[in-house]
Each structure stands twice: as structure tokens, then as C-alpha cells.
Design a protein around this ligand. Structure first.
Ligand code: GDP
Ligand code: NAG
Ligand code: NAG
Ligand code: MG
Length: 257
């Protein structure tokens, strides 16, 4: 992809030097993830310890009626308060604000955004980190739409919608990445802060805007093929008015850049 090979105009020496040991903050927003949370935390811990990666998880929990908070607290007592941090909010305030609040608590110099519903497998995190280090990328995005990647558990309609959504966006926005609406990504902390500070959109458009703006600012992006598996436990928080909102969002971005 062209964006991957483009070099940045301004290289910040601090971010590529080794004076700070790399630490990865995983922001995990949860809403009714009682069944999934213990498994995803176990997998994260297993994959990252195995690869000697220094990390913390910030669970951003929005007072889920299913009692996810109590599960999070139990996990915190098992894995330790330095590994599992909990940000408990009074009610469902949306993914965007969950990321924003999570970033405020982050002590790592890298941030990983992922879902807690097991759609994003933590085994890909070491691959993200490896690719980042090899090429000194600012961002790594998981992609379902490159050889090796894929989607499991979606019906034909859902797959088609996602494909078409990506296609429309790529035609209008030429972002240089193959999966615009995915949300499993690794960001340099200051890069994510910068991108969020200019963000204007919500929902799936937010994930897309991050890539489009990253190109605008000449940040470098690498792609790792991932398999996305639809959730088994719980229900999606996606609402049905999303498609119209998405198309509007693409057009707004198109006229904005
Ligand atoms: N804290 C918080 N987490 C949320 C909210 N909405 C969704 N999530 C979490 O965000 C992730 C993705 O949500 P999901 O419903 O699976 O979206 P989908 O995969 O696009 O259908 C999951 O870990 C959810 O638990 C919210 O309003 N607040
Ligand atoms: C991005 O901006 C929109 C519109 O102001 C906001 O609703 C959303 O929460 C923001 N997302 C993040 C991650 O900051
Ligand atoms: C990004 O790179 C292009 C081409 O090299 C340059 O014209 C542009 O000014 C750069 N933008 C930023 C924000 O550095
Ligand atoms: Mg999901």
C-alpha cells in the first residue's frame, strides 16, 4: 500500500528512540460482556506474557446491567491492579467516549484498541508489534480484507454490507488501507491523541476517519491480516440506523478533506 511506504515529513526522534521501554495499553470497552471478559483477559495475558510484552488493560465499563463490573473486579484481584485497571462509568456513553476516557488513564506509550467480545483475538497483538518494530510504523491496523484475513460467523448480508461499506469509502477517500471500518488497531499514543483531537465522527465512520486523517498527517500505517469472529456470547450494540449514518459520514469526510 502506498501509505505504508511513504515516509513522514517530520520525524519525532523521541518516539523512535529506545530511552523509554515500550509499554502497551489495551483499552477494552465493555457493555454486557460478563461471559467474554474472563476469556479475553486470560488470552491477552497468555499471549503477551509469552512474548514478554509489557502491558496493562484498561476496562472501560459502562454500568452494564449483566454485572460485568463485578467480573472485572474479580479479574483485577487475580491478575493484579497494575495489569488490570477499571474505569467505571455511570451509564452507557458510547465507544468514542470510552476510548477518550481510557486514554486519560493510559500509562503506556502505545495504545491498542480492541473489542471485548472475542471478535478480536489477542494472538494478533504480537504480530502487530512485530510489524510496527520492523518498519517503525505509527499505526498498525488489523485487516479482514487481505490474504490471510477473513470474517467468520457473519451471514451473507452482513459480509456484503461490510464489503460495500469499505468499497464506497475507498472510492471516495482513497485511504491506502484495505480495512477501513475495522477497530482492532495499534497506535503510537501521541498519534492517537492527535487523531482523536481532530475527529468529528461516530460509529464505524470514526474508525474510518482515523485512517483518513492519519494519511492527511502523513502517519505511516501497516496492515496485519486478522480473522474476525462474530461474538458467541451477548448481543451486538450496533443499531440499525447505522447504514444511513455511515453513508452520511463518508460524504462529510469526503467534503472535509
Ligand atoms: N464502555 C462501553 N463499551 C461499549 C459500548 N458499546 C459497545 N461497547 C463495547 O465495544 C465493543 C464492540 O461492541 P459490539 O457491540 O461488539 O459492536 P459490533 O462488533 O460492531 O457489533 C464490545 O467490547 C462492547 O462491549 C458503550 O457504550 N460503552
Ligand atoms: C469523535 O467526535 C464525535 C463528534 O464530536 C464524538 O461524538 C465522538 O465521541 C468522538 N470520538 C472519540 C473517540 O473521541
Ligand atoms: C504530507 O506529505 C505531503 C507530500 O510529501 C506534503 O505535501 C504535505 O505537506 C505533508 N503533510 C503534513 C501534514 O506534513
Ligand atoms: Mg462485536
Amino acid at each position: 500500500m502506498s501509505s505504508s511506504t511513504r515516509s513522514r515529513e517530520v520525524k519525532k526522534t523521541s518516539s523512535s528512540s529506545s530511552d523509554q521501554k515500550d509499554k502497551y495499553t489495551i483499552i477494552l470497552p465493555t457493555y454486557n460482556e460478563r461471559e467474554n471478559l474472563p476469556i479475553i483477559i486470560w488470552l491477552i495475558n497468555n499471549e503477551l506474557e509469552k512474548n514478554l510484552i509489557d502491558y496493562e488493560v484498561i476496562i472501560v465499563e459502562d454500568n452494564s446491567p449483566d454485572g460485568t463490573l463485578q467480573v472485572a473486579e474479580e479479574l483485577q484481584s487475580i491478575y493484579g491492579a497494575d495489569k488490570i485497571k477499571i474505569l467505571s462509568r455511570p451509564g452507557k456513553m458510547g465507544l468514542g467516549s470510552a476510548y477518550m476516557d481510557g486514554i486519560k488513564k493510559c500509562t503506556g506509550n502505545w495504545i491498542i484498541l480492541m473489542d471485548a467480545d472475542m471478535s478480536h483475538h489477542p494472538k494478533f497483538i504480537p504480530q502487530f508489534i512485530k510489524l510496527q518494530k520492523e518498519n517503525n510504523y505509527d499505526i498498525i491496523t488489523g485487516t479482514r480484507y487481505q490474504s490471510g484475513g477473513g470474517v467468520y460467523g457473519w451471514n451473507f448480508y452482513r459480509k456484503l454490507t461490510s464489503r460495500v461499506a469499505n468499497y464506497i469509502a475507498s472510492v471516495f477517500l482513497t485511504p491506502g488501507v484495505s480495512d477501513l471500518t475495522g477497530s482492532f488497531r495499534l497506535y503510537r499514543k501521541d498519534v492517537l491523541e492527535k487523531l482523536i483531537s481532530v475527529n468529528k465522527s461516530k460509529g464505524y465512520v470514526f474508525q474510518m476517519e482515523m485512517m483518513v486523517r492519519a494519511n492527511q498527517f502523513n502517519y505511516t500505517i501497516g496492515e496485519v491480516p486478522i480473522t474476525f469472529v462474530d461474538r458467541i456470547f451477548g448481543v451486538s450494540n450496533l443499531d440499525s440506523g447505522e447504514i444511513v449514518g455511515y453513508l452520511k459520514g463518508v460524504m462529510n469526510l469526503f467534503f472535509d478533506i
